[in-house]
Design a protein around this ligand. Structure first.
Ligand code: C2E
Ligand code: CA
Ligand code: CA
Length: 853
């Protein structure tokens, strides 16, 4: 440090006054001295209180309680606390002798501050002298104004004057202390509110005194009223907080839209995110093409960019967020490492999140130090932060951050596909390469390799050396490969090797044994020599499977066998795989059911929330297995997807749905029908033609069909999927994004997709009334969709209050058990007819805005 040098041989007054804490100590001493002088001069000579005597001990407890349970208000980045101590002070002025009252106030408050609020010593001393001074002043004012002379109405003003003046003294001392601490004068705007609070508290205290004189038990009633008021105040405050967050979320989205270009966007993101998350600091990490990371922070309104060391705490935080792939709270599960990282960054808590653009990672956003002492970052802050980051990521990307953005995208693509510790490809890249190889009909072997007893090494030598060992293992595996092979780290101590061109099980097993042998030579870690054993599961394509997920799952089964038999290497053996037999039977039965038309389709209505009119219906497939009974679609639809049965399944559901809707439409119900598409269907070239053909056959107009695609399947193969969506749009059907909110896509991304509807996922809708961040998500989805001219459907509407809240938020349509469960076509038809005869049930009618209020 090259700051000013303090010569320790003599007292350097100017030097001491440069330290903020020292300046506060001086103020403390001054206030204490004045308080002492006033006490000796006035208080010792004062005569007793005018009303009846109350025990000073009782008051001591009351002061301690008032100080221990202050009322918190958060305003922007400030946390303000009020205490209720004016209540015992007002009571004490009338009922306790001056000296005991002074002692009770100072002692009670100090004990509370020291014990329950864990304040630093210099703060406790400051507060003690400040309390002493203000209480003395209150006593003097009270007695000078004749408060102690005669009981009754005439003395009340003296009590109010005393508490308010005491408050002013307190405010003056605290403001001076804060200004001295910060080195600049700062007048707080909230002090007017504190005076109002004090006046109210005094009124409560005076009322208590009056009651004590008339009917002491009346104080209990007063207590009840105060407690109820406090609770409603708290509830109100929580509500205000929530509204504040939402307001700022909209404000944020709006600000992003008009932020202009380049640095302005970054500055706006940092400023608004800091405000929204109540955090004192916010910064951004941006990587460049050389793998260097820069840190961008807003300092006094200016952006400041610093280069980040490759191995420092910044680099670690950056890596943690990228690895998590979502917003994380620090210190996280690994507390020691988290605390160490934060310490080095000079903060005590932080949230970090990767900023995902529509196609790449833009950077990492960090907020740190929640303002005020009221509470640390909590789970719902983390979710809000994640949502905000979604907006920010896309805005930053859209605004073409820096010139080198494209280089950076390349780097980030690298980071997204590689493991940070070893630099090897990660699981995502491995499965992608495997799928590519399979697509090109090249035979391929997959080896799944897991180190034996790695955990013991890790525990014995420490995480740091465990990491080193993994890096060395990665190096050796890499050196044992041939051109075209690929080794990846899947996570922990699990690696995978891709061997294109290897079709024979024996050849693959030989290669696996060679890899195990390569690892047998001891590793030098932490000056000890460690030998590593590994187990390997082997599969080859096409023999053991023709798609990536089947192969990976079977390699896992083989690896499990290798571990169980301690045999080192095992290839996949179907007879040992318990999943397979049952699953194969299921596939055959499903195929037969589809062919025989045994799959049923149920229908669930979608209602316009503002009017209760039925506008649409979702078709949901149902299968009742002859032996196992009803099987949920979540179970058999994936099976169909993996086995090529999805096309006949989808066509069957489409055909049923369209022909029923055609009937209902001829009966005069102008319904739209929604049918679910799976990710796999979107890769089929023939889909658009199939749909067009079915529409023509059933006579349903194209715009009365809506196809639902889940958010995650849109992200899986963006290129090919988009081509199919364009073709479907050309046919004239509308498209919906299903389960919106569960994937990583951002709202702004929507603009680029040809969709006309989004369905907010039921997990958010169900809990929107209990969970502020779910509510924030639902509301911002609705708001943004409306701005983009997209229809919003809330699914999972189970009760009336949720429906009313959604209607108020502007959500167009609702679907859920509240209105109807999915029912067979016959029952749905009956339901429609009875409604149009006016047998509308009450819950739907009450949705009309006039009644919902
Ligand atoms: P999804 O498309 O999100 O369908 C909505 C699911 O929510 C349905 O489950 C429905 O019964 C359920 N649901 C409706 N209202 C409520 C409610 O108020 N509360 C709750 N908790 N749930 C409600 P289901 O029928 O079990 O379908 C599950 C999933 O299976 C569907 O989710 C969809 O992804 C898939 N699926 C269903 N039919 C088909 C189909 O024909 N083709 C394809 N590819 N997938 C289908
Ligand atoms: Ca759906
Ligand atoms: Ca859904």
């Amino acid at each position: 440090m090259d700051g000013p040098h303090v010569d320790r041989s003599h007292l350097d007054v100017a030097g001491v006054m440069r330290s903020p804490v020292a300046r506060v100590w001086v103020l403390t001493a001054a206030a204490g001295a004045v308080a002492l002088a006033l006490t000796l001069r006035f208080i010792t000579g004062l005569t007793g209180a005018s009303a009846f005597e109350l025990s000073p001990w009782l008051l001591l407890v009351a002061f301690a309680m008032a100080e221990a349970y202050p009322i918190h208000v958060e305003h922007r980045r400030e946390a303000i606390s009020f205490s209720l101590s004016a209540i015992p002070l007002a009571i004490g002025l009338f009922t306790v002798d001056p000296m005991p009252l002074l002692a009770a106030a100072v002692l009670g408050s100090t004990i509370a501050l020291a014990v329950t609020r864990h304040q630093a010593p210099f703060k406790i001393f400051l507060n003690t002298s400040q309390l002493w001074l203000s209480t003395v002043v209150a006593l003097v004012v009270f007695h000078v104004l004749g408060g102690a002379s005669e009981p009754g109405l005439a003395t009340w003003p003296a009590a109010f004057a005393a508490t308010v003046v005491a408050d002013a003294v307190q405010a003056a001392v605290v403001t001076t202390a804060i200004s001295l601490y910060q080195g600049r004068w700062e007048v707080e705007s909230w002090q007017a509110a504190a005076f109002v609070a004090t006046a109210v508290n005094t009124a409560v205290g005076v009322a208590a005194v009056v009651l004590l004189g008339v009917e002491p038990f009346g104080v209990v009633l007063l207590g009840v009223v105060v407690v109820v008021l406090l609770f409603s105040y708290r509830a109100l405050n929580a509500l205000r907080d929530r509204h504040g967050d939402l307001e700022r979320l909209f404000d944020f989205t709006g600000a992003m839209g008009v932020a202009g270009l380049g640095d302005r966007v970054v500055a706006t993101v940092l400023e608004k995110v800091g405000e929204l998350m109540h955090s004192e600091r916010a910064w951004l990490y941006l990587g460049d093409a050389d793998g260097d990371v820069r840190r961008v922070e807003l300092v006094d309104g200016e952006l400041r960019t610093t280069d980040v060391e490759r191995v420092g705490a910044d680099a670690r935080l950056h890596a943690v967020a990228l690895r998590a792939g979502e917003a994380v709270l620090l210190p996280g599960a690994d507390v020691a490492a988290g605390v160490d990282t934060l310490d080095r960054l000079g903060v005590s808590e932080a949230m970090a999140t990767p900023l995902l653009g529509s196609s790449s990672v833009v950077g990492v956003l960090v907020v740190a130090e929640r303002s005020g002492e009221v509470r640390p970052f909590a789970a719902h802050d983390l979710r809000l932060f994640g949502t905000v980051a979604n907006h920010a990521g896309v805005s930053l990307e859209n605004h073409r951050l820096f010139d080198g953005l494209r280089d950076q995208a390349a780097l980030n693509a690298h980071q997204a596909l590689h493991d940070a510790l070893t630099g090897l490809p990660n699981r995502a890249m491995f499965t992608e390469r495997l799928a590519e190889t399979l697509d090109r009909d090249i035979p391929v072997a997959v080896l799944l390799l897991d180190l034996d007893r790695f955990k013991e090494v890790n525990d014995a030598l420490g995480h740091h050396h465990g990491d080193e060992l993994l890096q060395d293992v990665a190096g050796r595996l890499g050196s044992a490969l041939r051109g075209g092979d690929l080794v990846a780290r899947l996570g922990g101590d699990e690696f995978a090797v891709l061997l294109p061109g290897v079709a024979a099980v024996d050849a693959a097993v030989d290669r696996a044994r060679a890899l195990v042998a390569v690892l047998e030579r001891p590793f030098a870690v932490a000056d000890v020599s460690v030998s590593v054993e590994a187990s390997v599961g082997v599969v080859v394509a096409p023999r053991h499977g023709t798609d990536a997920s089947t192969l990976m799952q079977r390699a896992d089964v083989a690896l499990y066998d290798a571990k169980a038999y301690q045999s080192g290497v095992e290839s996949y053996d179907a007879s040992r795989d318990s999943h397979t037999a049952g699953r194969l039977a299921l596939v055959a039965e499903l195929q037969a059911a589809i062919a025989a038309g045994d799959l049923d389709v149920h229908f669930q209505p979608q209602l316009r929330l503002a009017t209760g009119a039925v506008e649409g219906v979702e078709a949901l497939v149902r299968w009742t297995h002859p032996v196992r009974g009803p099987i949920p679609p979540d179970e058999f639809v994936p099976v169909a997807e993996q086995t090529g049965l999805i096309r006949p399944l989808t066509l069957h559901v489409l055909e049923r749905a369209l022909s029923h809707v055609a009937n209902w439409r001829t009966e005069g119900h102008a319904l739209r029908v929604s049918v679910n598409l799976s990710a796999r269907s979107l890769l089929q070239e023939t889909l658009a033609d199939d749909v067009a053909e079915l529409l023509a056959r059933t006579g349903v107009p194209a715009d009365a069909l809506c196809l639902e695609i889940t958010e995650t399947s849109l992200m899986a193969h963006p290129g090919r999927t988009l081509a199919t969506l364009e073709r479907l749009r050309a046919v004239g059907v509308s498209l919906a994004i299903d389960d919106f909110g569960t994937g990583y896509s951002s709202l702004a991304h929507l603009k680029r997709l040809p969709v006309q509807e989004i369905k907010v996922d039921k997990s958010f809708v169900c809990s929107m009334l209990d969970d502020a961040s779910d509510e924030a998500i639902v509301r911002s989805v609705i708001e943004l969709a409306r701005n983009l001219g997209i229809r919003v459907v809330a699914e999972g509407v189970e009760d009336q209050t949720v429906a009313a809240a959604l209607a108020r938020a502007g959500c167009h349509l609702g679907q859920g058990y509240l209105f109807s469960k999915p029912v067979p076509a016959v029952r749905f038809g009956g339901w429609l007819r009875s409604r149009s005869r006016g047998e509308t049930d009450a819950k739907v009618v009450s949705l009309r805005p006039s009644i919902a209020g």
